[in-house]
Every structure is written in structure tokens, then in C-alpha cells.
Design a binder for this molecule. Structure first.
Ligand SMILES: Cc1ncc(COP(=O)(O)O)c(C=O)c1O
Length: 480
């Protein structure tokens, strides 16, 4: 075997050529995003089957061939989550500046989970955490970690609350969240060891916000039944409709009932950069813990969430462990040793993907983008109301509006079927991609405006497509 056979170090300028070839493809892809369909997964299962490979690749394949496969065949068959027409689920777009940060982070491959291994880089990540604490209005004792996403952050929040508020035998512990809470709350409770039924689903009001009276009733009846209420989850922007609970009222109940107050701000949190967001989410600064998702409201690529905890020691007590083979932890508690605050030890240097874009641009463009998304959503709601037969099921509280088409005489089953058809018809035009949900059992179509690439022109195209689809559906199913 020759040295060349064994080497994984690209020789000569091969690495530069590989980066340049990938860069060419990436730039062409980004440039074409507005012309790409908003989603195209027709034949996706066949594609997936054709890509399945059982045998190990014993020999190498030229880079160009692999890039062709990715960019020409595989990537196009997907929801265009990076495009301006992606108004589905919770978009973000994925600013490519973060990908440059990832390239640097992966190339230098430093170890930021342990402070001693890369003190300066760990501090850069800590700057990001502290900026987030500042955005949320948390005090100096707050600490946090960047996670792979909101779900993992929620898991650590539940574990921290459990460790802080419950005894070793925690099985009677009970969690409270609204019937609009994201399923990651229930999942986190199950993963943290709580039995089924430990998360109480509290009814919401006409605006899909948790009802404090129902909450207090549930807490009292659980206490009477021998349960141990310990954790209250408030929503700062639900996935369904962007509803924001009355966080100040929830904070007061949590204080009175001695519950850990957690806020799921995965979707809504970064709207705190705007005046309207701060007004809607007043009270969030009283939370014991907060989940934020930079891969939503900061437009980062998927893979970055954050957990902030008011009293950093509680996060540390829940996660800290030591081992003989690790370097000493930082002596100064101000210095970040992330493996003590999180389930992870080895991990990517995800702080850089926030740090670089924030430092490159300053926070201003992020704030203005978020203001624009709020404005575009209000604009879309007004335009929807002007379409005969459209009923708004959820007015925008942040950047989501939910609606359906309704005609006198249609039964519930017809309404459901017709609106599913309407959604399909809108999406078949491929300029925008919307998704549906159930709101109190009724099928609703959602528009969620959060991609940094979505601007007025694409919203106008989307509204045009909605109007055309409504006309089409109404022609097929006239009012009875
Ligand atoms: C309100 C809310 N909470 C939590 C999550 C879970 O976050 P992630 O998908 O980053 O795990 C989401 C995801 O959409 C969400 O919208």
C-alpha cells in the first residue's frame, strides 16, 4: 500500500479545487432559488429507493460526479425550505454566512464542549449565549447552551426543572402546557422519565392562548389527587397559529404555585428584537428557562437551538459530571464549560454559525427582517379577508395566519375535504408552499412568513395563487 492509497489529506490544490467546485454549485443553487419550485417531491420515494446502497464504497468517486448527483438529482426533490416561497411549518431560509462559519468550524475542528480545549472559541460561543440572555431580558446569573434544536433544548429544560423541583422519585411530578403546545414538550417529559399522562393539556381561549382559570383549576385538582405540580410551560408563539400566552399572568401563577416557569419561544423568541414582539411577550423575562431556535427566528440553517436558564446553577446541577480522563473544568464559573451544562460532550462548534453572521451584519438587519415578516403577515391577513368566502381562523399574533374557505351549506366533512383540496391546488402552482393543521378539529391552512428570502413580491404571488385556487375550488364545488 502506498502513502497515497492511505492518505485522507487531499494533496496539492485538491482541497481548494473541491471547495471551489462545491462553492460554484452552491452559488448557482442560491442564485436559482427564486425560480425553483416551492416544493417538488413527486417521485421522491422512487428516487430514495434508487439511491439505496448496501455495499460499502470500496473505491472513490470523482467529486464532480458526486456534486452532480447531489445538486442535479437529490436536492431538487424536496421542499424548497431555502426558497422565498416556503411559507410552511416554520421556515427560516438558512443564511449561507452560517455555512461559511460551519466550514471554518469543521475545518479547524476544535473542541468547544470543554473550556480548556479551546478557551477563546468557547468564549465566542458564550458571547452568543449572553446575547440571547440579553434579548430575553434574563439576569446576569443566567446561563445557557446551544443545542441542535428546540426539542433537545426542551429536553434539557425539563431535566433541569425536574432536578431542581422534584425528589429522586419524581414520578408524581406534573407538567402544565396548553392544548397548543408543541409536541416536543410531551416528548421531553417522556424522555425525562415521566409516565404517560404527566403533561396536563390545558384548554385555550378564542385566540389559542392558555386559559389561566383552567390552569389554576387543574393545578388544584392535581394537588388534591396527590400529584406534584412542578413545571408550567408557556408558549411564546405556537406552531399552529403563533399564539402567545399571557406570559406575565403565567409567571405570577408559577410564582404563587412554586412551579418552574418554562417558555417555549422556539418559534417566537427572536421577535423580541422587535418592539411588537417585546410587547406581546412581556413577562418572558420572568421565566426560569426559555427555548429559542436560531434556526427559525435568526434565519440560520437547521441545527441550532438554544436553552437559557435564569439560574445557571440549576442547569449545571442537572447536567454536570466529571471524569478522570477529562481536563480540569474552568476554575472561574464565568468561563463556559458546556459539557457541564448539557447532555453533550463532543459536538460541533455551533456558536460560530451565530457569532459570524451577528458580527458581520450587526443585529439591525435581523431586527428589520423580523419587522418585515410581521408586516407581511398582517398584509396577507388583510388580503385574505378580501377574498369572498375566506374565513380567518387565527389572526396574526406574530408571523402566522390561519384560514379556510367556507360557504353556507357545506358540512364539516365537506369543509375539511374542500380545504384540503384548496391547499393542494395552491401548492400545485409551486410558487408558494403552505401547510395545514387542525384547529379545534377544523382543518386550517397556515401561512408562516419567516424566511429571510420572503418579501412582498413572493407574498403577492402567493395571494394571487390563493385567489386562483379559491376560484377553481368554488367552480368545482358551488355553494348549495
Ligand atoms: C413552538 C415550537 N417549539 C418547539 C419546536 C421544536 O423545535 P425543533 O424542531 O428545533 O426541535 C418547534 C419546531 O417547529 C416549535 O415550533
Amino acid at each position: 500500500m502506498t502513502e497515497e492509497d492511505r492518505s485522507l489529506e487531499l494533496q496539492g490544490d485538491a482541497l481548494r479545487r473541491l471547495i471551489e467546485a462545491a462553492t460554484e454549485r452552491i452559488l448557482a443553487h442560491i442564485e436559482s432559488l427564486p425560480r425553483q419550485p416551492s416544493a417538488d417531491v413527486a417521485g421522491g420515494a422512487e428516487l430514495a429507493r434508487s439511491l439505496a446502497e448496501g455495499d460499502l464504497p470500496e473505491t472513490g468517486t470523482p467529486a464532480e460526479e458526486l456534486l452532480d448527483l447531489l445538486f442535479d438529482r437529490v436536492i431538487p426533490k424536496s421542499f424548497n425550505t431555502a426558497g422565498p416561497g416556503y411559507l410552511a411549518y416554520i421556515p427560516a431560509g438558512g443564511i449561507p454566512q452560517a455555512a461559511v462559519a460551519d466550514l471554518i468550524a469543521d475545518s479547524v475542528n476544535r473542541y468547544v464542549g470543554v473550556f480548556a480545549a479551546a478557551p477563546g472559541l468557547a468564549q465566542l460561543e458564550e458571547n452568543v449565549v449572553r446575547w440571547f440572555c440579553r434579548i430575553a431580558g434574563l439576569p446576569p446569573a443566567a446561563r445557557g447552551v446551544l443545542t441542535s434544536g428546540g426539542s433537545l433544548a426542551t429536553f434539557s429544560a425539563v431535566v433541569a426543572a425536574r432536578a431542581d423541583r422534584l425528589p429522586e422519585n419524581f414520578l408524581s411530578g406534573t407538567v402544565y402546557a396548553s392544548d397548543q403546545a408543541h409536541y416536543s414538550v410531551e416528548k421531553a417529559a417522556r424522555l425525562a422519565g415521566f409516565p404517560a399522562g404527566s403533561v396536563r393539556e390545558i384548554a385555550t381561549d378564542a385566540l389559542f392562548r392558555i386559559r389561566p382559570d383552567e390552569l389554576e383549576r387543574a393545578i388544584a385538582s392535581d394537588r388534591a389527587a396527590g400529584k406534584t405540580p412542578f413545571l408550567l410551560v408557556g408558549n411564546a408563539g405556537t406552531t399552529n397559529t403563533g399564539a402567545v400566552d399571557d406570559l406575565a399572568a403565567l409567571a405570577a401563577i408559577a410564582r404563587r404555585e412554586e412551579l418552574w416557569f418554562h417558555v417555549d419561544a422556539a418559534y417566537g423568541g427572536f421577535f423580541l428584537l422587535t418592539a411588537e414582539g417585546r410587547r406581546r411577550m412581556a413577562g418572558i423575562e420572568q421565566a426560569d428557562s426559555i427555548v429559542l431556535d436560531p434556526h427559525k427566528g435568526l434565519f440560520l440553517p437547521y441545527g441550532t437551538g438554544a436553552l437559557l436558564v435564569r439560574d445557571g446553577d440549576t442547569l449545571r446541577r442537572a447536567h454536570a459530571m466529571t471524569a478522570d480522563y477529562l481536563p480540569e473544568n474552568a476554575a472561574d464559573p464565568e468561563l463556559p464549560d458546556y459539557h457541564l451544562l448539557s447532555p453533550e460532550l463532543s459536538r460541533d462548534f455551533r456558536g460560530l454559525r451565530v457569532w459570524l453572521p451577528f458580527k458581520l451584519h450587526g443585529v439591525g438587519p435581523f431586527r428589520r427582517n423580523l419587522e418585515e415578516k410581521l408586516e407581511l403577515t398582517r398584509w396577507a391577513a388583510e388580503r385574505l379577508k378580501a377574498i369572498p368566502g375566506i374565513e380567518i381562523l387565527a389572526e396574526p399574533q406574530l408571523s402566522i395566519v390561519a384560514f379556510r374557505l367556507r360557504r353556507d351549506g357545506w358540512t364539516d366533512a365537506e369543509l375539511d375535504r374542500i380545504n384540503r383540496g384548496l391547499l393542494e391546488s395552491i401548492n400545485s402552482r409551486k410558487r408558494v408552499y403552505l401547510t395545514g393543521t387542525l384547529l379545534r378539529g377544523r382543518f386550517a391552512i397556515r401561512i408562516c412568513v419567516l424566511s429571510f428570502r420572503t418579501h412582498r413580491d413572493r407574498m403577492e404571488a402567493g395571494l394571487e395563487d390563493i385567489r386562483a385556487a379559491v376560484d377553481e375550488v368554488t367552480r368545482i364545488t358551488p355553494a348549495s
